[in-house]
Ligand binder design. Sequence first.
Ligand code: ADP
Ligand code: MG
Length: 143
Amino acid sequence: MEFPCVYTVTTVNQLDTFTAELLQSADVKLFLIEGDLGSGKTTLVQSCCRQLQVIDVVQSPTFALVNEYRTINNQVIYHLDLYRVQSREELLDIGIDEYLYSGHYCFIEWPQIIKDYIAEKYISVYIEHADNNNRQIKLKRYE
Ligand code: ADP
Ligand code: MG
């Protein structure tokens, strides 16, 4: 897999194949995941976490803002959902830098509010859900 690129997946099985390749190809651990409500952002993070052998339940951190998971090797993984965050100040309140620059895997849903704040390489994942079950996933790498 090279960046930028576009993939189409139809099932969660295909998604698992896709995320396995994505994680293998990526030289960064920060992923910004955009797409409308129901497009499949959380499902994609769940799939990534399966690849990374997370032992915790992976679910949307919409209310918590941040979920922290562990892998079987005791590696930390962060899963953020910034849907409810309104301002830069709130981001600083939750200690956003700790997650962005921790060196651990970090998956962020609804990342628009921090996009121009990030001073770290990341992969942008943009999901679009068509009328059928097809989901188009666009990947770009930012420095
Ligand atoms: P979001 O986090 O973007 O709001 P979700 O990940 O919660 O969206 O997905 C919404 C619904 O779509 C869920 O029922 C999920 O099972 C389904 N879904 C998401 N991605 C896929 C996929 N690649 N294949 C099949 N179903 C999917
Ligand atoms: Mg979600």
